[in-house]
Each structure stands twice: as C-alpha cells, then as structure tokens.
Design a protein around this ligand. Structure first.
Ligand code: 1HN
Length: 348
C-alpha cells in the first residue's frame, strides 16, 4: 500500500514455503503489488498505421476465405499484453476484411461488439433479423447474444474495426458462443426498421425495454458528423476534449452499450487540449484530418483510420494539425456502474 512491504528473512521465507502447499499466502508479502496507490497497467501506448494493417489483411485474403476463417481479422494486440489478444486490459480490437462476394457466417456470443467502418462500398451486416449497409464512419453495434453475419456485395474489399469486450467477459468466465445452422440468418425486418422505431426522437408507445443495449444498431456517420459540424459554430470547446459527443441509447440516454462507451470528437485546426487522464484505457481511431496525441509526453502522429491506445491513467494531450475527427471507445460504462471511473483534468 503506502507503506513498503516488510523485508523477508530466512524464517519468513520458510513460512511462506510451508504454507504454499496449503493454498495460503501472506497478504503482507504481496499487498503493495495488488493494491497500488494508482493504476499500474501492463497495457502500453501504441499506434497502428492503417496502410500497413490494410496491406496485411489483403495478404490474409489470399491465405484464407472469410468462410473458413469465420472472421478474417487481424487482432491489434497491445505489445505490453502479448499473447492475450487484448488491446487494453479489458477490451479487444481488430480490423476485419470481407472480400467482394464473401460472407462471414452467422453466429452469436455473449461478448458485445462494435464496428467502426473504415472502407465500405457494399459492405453489410445483419443483426437480429435486420440488415444494414455499412459506410465510412458508421458506428454499428452487435449486442450480446444476437445473431450476426456480414457480407460484401461490392467490387472492392470492405474493412472495419471490431471492438469487443472479450477480455472483460473472459475475466468474468461468462463466455458462451454458437454457430447458426445456415450461413446467413433470415432477414425479417425491412432496412431502416429500428431507426424508424427508435432513432427519430420518438419511441413506440408502451415499448417495454428488453435488453441493456441500444435498439439502434447503426449510428450513421453522416448524422453524427453533422451534429459536430452544427455545434462548432457555438465555439464551446471543452479544454480537454474539444467537442466530444457520446453515442447514446435512446431508451434512457445512457451509453449505447452496457460494457463499452463510444464517442466521436471534433478538434478544430490548431486546437491543443489540456492534459487529461482517466481510468478507462481508450482506443482511438482517426476519422478525418491529422493530429498528434502526446501520451505521457511521447508523440503519436495519426491520420485517417490509424488506431492508437491511451492506457489507464496515462496523461494525454491532443493536438490537431488540421480539422480533425476522432472515434474512440473504452470500458467507461462498466467502470461507472461499478463506481470506479475517475478522471483528472489538467496537471494538478
Ligand atoms: C466476432 O464475432 C466478430 O462478428 C469479429 O465480426 C471479431 C473476435 C472474437 C470473437 C468474435 C464478428 C471477433 C468475433
């Protein structure tokens, strides 16, 4: 804790050795390592340039079909967490590629997923009986335990970023998964059905909430971007975030997903944020323009579709070298529900 651990001696070491086979451990010998005065993470700051990831996915496209792979994805694995398939301690990140004509077969799992669309002319996903076409910058949700399959009816490969709560579900030993009998689930609702029901600032009268995830599963980029653009004229910049909006569940105004929080932010050209840190390690994705994130003083330059990680309680300063838009996601909703989330603005 705040005190140093007691020093070991021969008698104490002999005692530790004696109790180990009895499945006992002396708290005072490990307390400082398990109760740290502030977050101490193996997760490290890191950036992936999109061009390189894209090239590797094209290579993978020649190696394996989406059908055989089930999902043709390259995991963005944090170098501080090698061998764990984690981007942060609690969240997963990958980039998926679907070639023209391919289908990624239907399955479901208890892990929740978000897609952030990076390139798509003809990409689609079906979730819970409704199909939605995917376009650049769309934020798409696959709730826990919903059937989902993807495809590409266009002429060019489709790419999106996958964000899942895999490590969180793994930590809780709550993983279930199964495949659908057919390659595709039946589409039972017309396109735009959920958006009409839940995404027009109205709700069906007497609608009873069934799940903790937003019923809207495609938050269109054009609409989100327009909101940011309309608000920039107000000149109400948050010193730590510029103009940052969160994607919400229209049923209650809470986060769109129960475990993962997603945001879109605008940083105008020349804007430089105040230092900021929070307990939710965050995955950032460049959407428009260019910028630089100084993480604990180390610069990470980013452009469109690049991905970078700010670990828990690491100071970040954002600079926009041109008008810039960033998408981001973290486990903030989970931490808030557990009463654990904290932030610090400025240097204090
Ligand atoms: C998954 O179902 C998808 O549906 C993507 O596209 C990535 C990573 C691990 C487990 C399931 C998808 C995944 C995944």
């Amino acid at each position: 804790m705040t005190r140093d651990a007691p020093t070991d001696n021969v008698e104490r070491q002999a005692f530790y050795d004696a109790i180990e086979p009895e499945n006992l451990r002396a708290l005072w010998s490990v307390m400082g390592a398990i109760i740290t005065p502030q977050p101490r993470s193996d997760c490290v700051p890191v950036k992936w340039g999109y061009t390189q990831v894209r090239e590797r996915l094209i290579e993978a496209g020649a190696l394996i079909s989406a059908r055989e792979a089930e999902r043709r994805v390259l995991i963005l694995e944090n170098p501080g967490l090698r061998g764990t398939s984690k981007a942060t301690t609690s969240l997963y990140c990958g980039v998926q590629c679907v070639m023209p004509g391919e289908v990624a077969p239907a399955h479901r799992h208890t892990q929740s997923a978000l897609r952030f669309v990076l390139e798509s002319e003809g990409g689609y996903t079906s979730v819970g009986g409704e199909r939605t076409d995917m376009h650049y910058g769309d934020f798409v949700i696959t709730p826990s335990w919903e059937w989902h399959d993807h495809g590409n009816t266009g002429d060019a490969p489709v790419f999106w970023l996958d964000g899942l709560d895999i490590p969180l579900v793994q930590f809780l030993d709550a993983s279930f998964a199964e495949g659908y009998a057919d390659e595709r689930q039946p589409v039972t609702a017309p396109p735009g059905d959920t958006l009409a029901r839940y995404g027009a600032n109205m709700l069906p009268l007497d609608y009873a909430r069934a799940a903790p995830t937003s019923p809207i599963f495609n938050y269109r980029y054009a609409r989100s971007r327009e909101a940011l653009e309309s608000l920039r004229a107000r000149d109400e910049w948050d010193p730590c975030h510029g103009l940052k909006m969160r994607y919400v569940n229209p049923l209650d105004g809470g986060w769109a997903m129960p475990t993962i929080g997603a945001c879109l932010q605008l940083l105008p050209e020349g804007f430089s944020t105040q230092p900021y840190r929070s307990t939710d390690a965050t995955v950032f994705v460049g959407v428009e323009g260019r910028g630089r994130a100084a993480i604990e003083g180390h610069p990470y330059a980013w452009g469109p579709r690049d991905v970078f990680i700010v670990p828990s309680w690491h100071e970040v300063v954002h600079e926009a070298t041109e008008d810039a838009v960033l998408f981001s996601y973290s486990d903030r909703p989970a931490q808030e529900k557990l009463g654990l989330w904290r932030e610090r603005r400025g240097n204090r």
